[in-house]
Design a protein. Structure first.
Length: 99
């Protein structure tokens, strides 16, 4: 839902999936507000409160991505972020393929 929260009306959100023998990678990309490197470093840290209003002034708890990261890591996965201010963000999470 963050892709929606931080995107502007009419912009594109893309979901892509890549599967190989070992893992599945799911990426969600938006053309929203984007983030600088300092903000990205705070996203997954439970010891640092971080919450940003969305493009429609929506409020958040600052817990969503922390919980997502914890759940993904419990499944032996990982999550990465690429973002540029005013250009948008791509969140990719990777999970192992069940054998």
């Amino acid at each position: 839902t963050n892709a929606i929260k931080f995107s502007f009306p009419g912009s594109v959100i893309t979901i892509s999936v890549v599967i190989n023998d070992k893992e599945v990678a799911i990426s969600i990309s938006d053309q929203g507000t984007g983030m600088d490197e300092e903000t990205i470093q705070k996203l997954f840290r439970p010891d640092v409160f971080h919450s940003t209003h969305g493009t429609n002034h929506e409020r958040g708890t600052g817990l969503g991505l922390i919980l997502v990261k914890e759940l993904i890591e419990k499944q032996n996965g990982r999550i990465t972020v690429k973002s540029k201010p005013a250009e948008g963000s791509t969140f990719t999470f990777t999970l192992p393929v069940a054998v």
